[in-house]
Structure formats: C-alpha cells, structure tokens
Design a protein around this ligand. Structure first.
Ligand code: NAP
Length: 432
C-alpha cells in the first residue's frame, strides 16, 4: 500500500466521534478501498478531558482548531464543529490557505459561504467535500454531481429535515398537537433544545440551497429560498389532510422556471400515492428529475452519528483515491448567478383552514372574499356544527397565483367572524 492519507479532525461531538469510530471499526476495509490507510494525526475540540469513547492517544491535540488547520501534519482537515461563521469558517479557510483538502458536514457554512469557499478551494487546488451536509447518510451530492452528470436537472424536491418529519409523523399517528410532540422529541434527543433551525425550516433551506447549486450549476443562494416551518400545522390540519387524500410533509423544492430558480421550503399537502408521502419518522428522501434519466428517488437516514460518519468517510475515501470533482459540479469560476423566481408569482393550489363563528352568512362572505381576489374554490369542508361557536372551515382552491391567494386571505382575515389568522398549506402536485 502507498503512503497514508493523514487527516486532522476539528470537532469530536456526535459526528466527529462517529467518524473516528468508523475509521477504527472499518479501517482495514476503507484502506483496501483507498489503496492506502487513513491516519488521524490531529484532533481538536473544546474539552480535552472529555471521554469520546475512542482512542485519541496517537493524534496530536490542538486547543485551537484554526491553528490545527494551519499547522497540523495533515493532508485533509475535517471540519465537524458547525455554525455558519466563527471557528468553523476559520478552520476551513485556514485549511484551504495551507493547501489542505477540506471535508465538512456543515450545511450552515456552505449555505452562507459555499460559493466563496468553493472558489478559494479551486484556486488552491484542493477539494471541498460536503456529502454529510445534505441528507446525512444519503449520497445525494454524489448522485447529482456524478451519477446524473449527463442530465439537465429540471427539479428536485425532498424531505431534508428528520426532526420535522418525525414531528409530523407523530402528530398524524397520535393525533397530538405540535407543541406536545416537539417537547417529547426534545426529551428523546430527536430535537435540539433550541429547535428553531429545524422546525422553522432553516436547516432544510440550508441543505436545499446547496443541492440547488449542484443541480443547476449556480451560486449558492440561501437568501433566495422562501422559508416556512411547521409550527402553524395543527392536528386538525393533519386530520383534514387525511380526509382529502393527502399527507402533510415539510418539503424543500427547487425548480427551474421561466422567471428563474424557484427555491422553497414549506409544509405541503402531498398525494397519498406519491412515494414521498410514505417517508416517515426521521427518514429523509429526495426525488430528482433529469431529462434523460427521468425521476430518481433516494431515501435513508438524514442524521445521527452513523449515517453522517458514513457520508464523511465517503468524502475522505474520494480524496484518498485522488478523485477530484468540482465542488458544485461545475468549475467554481463558472458558477452562474441565476435570478430567483419571486414567490408571489408562484402558481399552485392551496388548502386553507379558517376558524369562524358558525352563523348564517359567513360562508357567503368568505366565498365573496375569494371571488373578489379571483381565487376559485375547488372544495369546501365543514364537518362540525356549533351554532354561534367557533368551527373550522376548510377549503381547497384551483391553481392560483400566490399573490392573489394572499390578497384573498388578507381580505378574509379582516372579517369579524374569522377568529384566527387563516392556515395556508400549499397542495403540491409532485411529478412522479
Ligand atoms: N448530528 C448530526 O446528526 C449531524 C448530521 C449532519 C450534519 N451535521 C453537522 O455536523 C457538524 C457537527 O455536528 P455535531 O452534531 O457533531 O455537533 P456536536 O455534537 O455539538 O459537536 C460539536 C463539536 O465541536 C467542538 N467544538 C465546538 N466549538 C469548538 C471550538 N471553538 N474549537 C474546537 N472545537 C469546538 C465541540 O467540542 P466539545 O465536545 O469539547 O464540546 C464538539 O466536539 C455540524 O455542522 C452539523 O450541522 C450533524
């Protein structure tokens, strides 16, 4: 075997310790596949004395991760600290400046600085690899960058956040409300103490902006993602969705349109017979459409030590083998800045739930509000009667422009019989 590939690991938490365990348990297999062994020569974290469940005695300890990226005896720096800025960014920049390859699982960093880092890495002649940053163990970056390299990708969509998918699945299976299920997910360790990044759709948007760049050869445009989370989805919406033949999923969607690239993350009503409707719990899935291949589906675990370490290891193996693929599938210098399609021009069908006072004339007022905004109703459901009291009224619309839908809702929410802000969930016709 030829000389070892030397790696330095910054961050020894869930993912960092998982990578060390994988390299320990599967080290021989990985070495055979690479034609050379992988040696961990340096590590960095905050607490030196913490037991990580792995032997660190052969690696040099650095208290300063950026100094490690600069000075360690390493070919590759693996950044597993996290965060869009701060030390994680310094580590990657220092590694690239020192001519070392970078492997990272950090979607926030790439969503905000991916284009600049890709250009810096390319100028330095090193790899910037990030399979673990999107959909954990699913090799979606590899699939898009390599497997579908001959295709023009027209769209992709997916479930990119396991926490949200777990919460929505539990809400459907148990009939409980969002806050209750979130608290349980936090107790079980499926959701962070500060769940905002997950449940508000930011994490999925980070990942989507990366996939968009790979799929369409454009600069990473996180600011161009329309983002809504799942806090407003109630147990009632999930029951109504069932009744209408849908499942509610937080989808991340990227499409080429005539007006530019559409990137959006929001809860969607998806047909029960679409494959993604049945991806439950913490699982992730992605569907990508290429002009020659047609539709392709990828599913697996989107987080956790094992799946994420699996993706990090794949990147390390690529580097050990000498495989170099442009960061976002095309040379960084040729990444295009594409316009983002404005969300108010988005056209689709909508599910609307209103809480209204159950009294004569309310339906007629609502129907008039929709008609005046040129929104055409497809169906209306009122299952409960409570004369004089609050009842849910659910409507679905035909295809309409988002701006018209918003105008209609602004009008309707001002009616005194409408007791709460309306709930809007887009009905997504998924190409199969
Ligand atoms: N967890 C997952 O399932 C998952 C999945 C996909 C991607 N990711 C991404 O992987 C990255 C790591 O996530 P994680 O879950 O492993 O996080 P984590 O468990 O919180 O681990 C973070 C590690 O970074 C170390 N660290 C923090 N600040 C540091 C500093 N200033 N200098 C050196 N080390 C520092 C911590 O040290 P101490 O241990 O000493 O505190 C810890 O070892 C993030 O970008 C995350 O988004 C995670």
């Amino acid at each position: 075997m030829s000389h070892p590939l030397k790696i330095a690991i910054a961050g020894l938490g869930t993912v960092g310790a998982g990578v060390l365990r994988l390299l320990w348990e599967n080290g021989d297999l990985v070495a055979r596949r690479c034609g050379r062994p992988i040696h961990v020569t340096a590590v960095s974290a905050r607490a030196r004395d913490r037991d990580r469940g792995v032997d660190l005695s052969k690696a040099r300890w650095f208290g300063d991760a950026a100094a490690m990226a600069r000075d360690a005896d390493a070919d590759v720096v693996v950044e597993l600290i996290g965060g869009a800025d701060g030390v994680a960014k310094s580590v990657c920049e220092a590694a690239i400046a020192a001519g070392r390859h970078v492997v990272t699982a950090n979607k926030a960093l790439l969503a905000h600085h991916g284009t600049a880092l890709a250009r810096a890495a390319e100028a330095a002649g090193v790899s910037l690899a990030y399979e673990a940053a999107v959909a954990g163990g699913i090799p979606i970056v590899k699939a898009l960058r390599e497997g579908l390299a001959g295709n023009r990708v027209s769209s992709l969509y997916g479930i990119l956040n396991g926490t949200c998918n777990y919460i929505l699945t539990q809400m459907r299976e148990t009939g409980r409300e969002f806050a209750d299920v979130l608290a349980e997910a936090q107790a079980l360790g499926y959701a962070e103490a500060d769940p905002g990044f997950d449940v508000d759709g930011v994490d999925a948007a980070h990942k989507l902006s990366i996939l968009t760049s790979v799929a369409f050869g454009c600069e990473v445009d996180f600011a161009g993602v329309h983002i809504e989370g799942i806090r407003h989805v109630s147990a009632q919406d999930i029951r109504f969705a069932d009744e209408l033949g849908y499942r509610i999923k937080l989808l991340a969607i990227a499409r080429r349109t005539e007006r530019g690239i559409e990137q959006r993350v929001h809860p969607c009503m998806v047909d029960l017979d679409s494959p993604i409707a049945h991806v439950d719990g913490v699982f992730n899935a992605i569907v990508a459409h290429g002009d020659f291949v047609g539709s392709t589906v990828y599913e697996g675990r989107g987080a956790g030590a094992g799946p994420t370490a699996s993706a990090v290891a794949a990147d390390i193996v690529d580097i050990a083998r000498g495989t170099r693929i442009p960061t976002f599938a095309v040379p960084a210098a040729s990444l295009r800045r594409l316009p983002s399609a404005p969300m108010d021009r988005h056209v689709g069908a909508y599910y609307i739930r209103l809480m209204v006072v159950d009294r004569p004339g309310v339906f007629a007022d609502i129907a008039a509000g929709l008609r005046d905004a040129q929104v055409s109703m497809e169906s209306i459901l009122q299952r409960v009667r409570a004369p004089g009291g609050p009842v849910p009224v659910v409507m679905t619309t035909h295809d309409v422009e988002e701006s018209a839908m918003r105008n209609a809702l602004d009008r309707i929410r001002s009616f005194d019989a409408v007791l709460e802000p309306p709930t809007l969930i887009r009905i997504e016709p998924l190409a199969k």
